[in-house]
Design a protein around this ligand. Structure first.
Ligand code: PSU
Ligand code: MN
Length: 377
């Protein structure tokens, strides 16, 4: 068996979709294990997979199990529910039944519970080498998605530059991963538990193309506005395959005080450009190989009517941050702590917004991955 096959296991459906060029959408697992409480995590995971399917793409949930990165789908979560609270591992148990893992393996997996490790890029080697179980964050999910040829990945909120980063230097490896791995991450932006302006600055430093959907303002996850402008805007269209020269955005400014923004790009065209960023670029009939190798962040704002109240969220964030500092919660424990605390303090409002954002972004994913396929032809 090739080394790569021993490291990464694809479900037959994912493998088939990838080899025949059908759209596949990656999903992460930390959001389920550490980002949402049970049983909402199960329900949401199920819903997101279903939405990806309804829109004609194959969902591929990524996690490390027994040191093997699994890219799997078709989770029968109703059966899974009775085992334990950790969706990721149990989802894999269920998939294992389908894929023929032994009963002994299944039993062992079912008892793991919340012992799966939050796994970012730096943790991959350790989890794999110790044959551990890892719930992959955005960075590790991107790494494996790219390795197996998945170009589009849907999630809720990505990690970013933390508030007080000037003291802690806490910057999520999601941002550096976007700077080095060619995967388009579709999310509802960055939660305001983080420093959004600095996150965007850092993405620029990393050379990451950041685009927003039907707006030129970067969304703050819980709300559709962050006050930060983004240069590249996508608008929906069914017209595919337009030429680069007819659509390259004109620089324009819609706000005297903001930095210049590009005009709206036809949605499909934006992805055509993105594809070219990674693979090739046609300019004046010359085929230039660009291969930038960087990732892309596409932010789809939560619908206005569903956004949580900015004031409510901000005061919850302030007290969650204070508590994290008092309890000296740092490193990779900080994000899960803040997410749980903010949800508790907002009486579940933040979680409701999270789920809505995730399901909404999932709906966009097929459009995007489908466009990649068209671009390849
Ligand atoms: N932000 C969210 N929800 C999440 C996460 C971040 O709004 O679930 C998770 C994602 O898996 C993300 C990770 O990749 O946290 C970032 O963690 P850190 O800040 O430790 O890099
Ligand atoms: Mn960190």
């Amino acid at each position: 068996m090739a080394i790569q096959e021993r490291l990464v296991k694809l479900s037959p459906e994912v493998a088939e979709a990838l080899s025949s060029g059908n759209p596949v959408v990656a999903l992460e697992s930390t959001i389920i294990s550490h980002g949402m409480p049970y049983p909402k995590n199960l329900e949401t995971a199920k819903e997101v997979e279903a939405i990806v399917r309804e829109n004609g793409a194959v969902p591929a949930t990524i996690a490390i199990l027994d040191g093997v990165a699994c890219v799997v789908n078709d989770l029968d979560l109703v059966k899974v529910k009775r085992f334990a609270t950790l969706f990721v591992v149990l989802a894999l148990v269920e998939t294992g039944i389908e894929r023929g893992l032994s009963m002994g393996e299944l039993e062992r997996l079912a008892t793991l519970g919340t012992k799966a490790q939050k796994t970012a890029r730096r943790d991959i080697a350790h989890v794999v080498a110790t044959r551990g179980n890892g719930a992959t964050t955005v960075s590790a999910t991107m790494f494996f998605a790219s390795m197996v040829g998945i170009h589009v990945f849907v999630t809720g909120g990505i990690g970013g530059v933390h508030r007080h980063s000037e003291e802690t230097m806490d910057i999520s490896s999601d941002l550096t991963e976007l700077g080095r791995t060619p995967v388009a991450v579709i999310s509802a932006g960055v939660k305001s538990i983080l420093d959004i302006p600095r996150t965007l600055e850092y993405l620029e430093t990393q050379g990451v193309c950041v685009a927003t959907y039907k707006t030129n303002e970067f969304p703050a996850f819980f709300t559709e506005r962050s006050g930060c402008k983004v240069q590249l805007q996508c608008i929906p269209t069914n017209v595919l395959g337009l030429h680069h020269s007819t659509t390259f955005p004109n620089v324009m400014s819609d706000d005297k005080n903001s930095t210049p923004c590009y005009g709206p790009l036809k949605f499909a065209v934006a992805f055509n450009l993105i594809y070219k960023q990674w693979f090739k670029c046609f300019y004046k009939d010359v085929n230039l190989k660009v291969k930038l190798g960087t990732g892309i962040l596409i932010a789809v704002p939560i619908p206005k009517e569903h956004s949580a109240s900015g004031g409510l969220i901000e005061s919850a964030i302030q007290s969650a941050l204070r508590e994290a500092r008092d309890k000296n919660i740092t490193g990779n424990a900080e994000t899960p702590f803040l997410l749980a605390k903010v949800n508790e303090l907002t009486g579940g409002a933040s979680l409701a917004s999270s789920i809505l954002s995730l399901t909404k972004t999932a709906k966009k994913a097929k459009q995007m991955s489908g466009t990649f396929i068209l671009c390849k032809q």
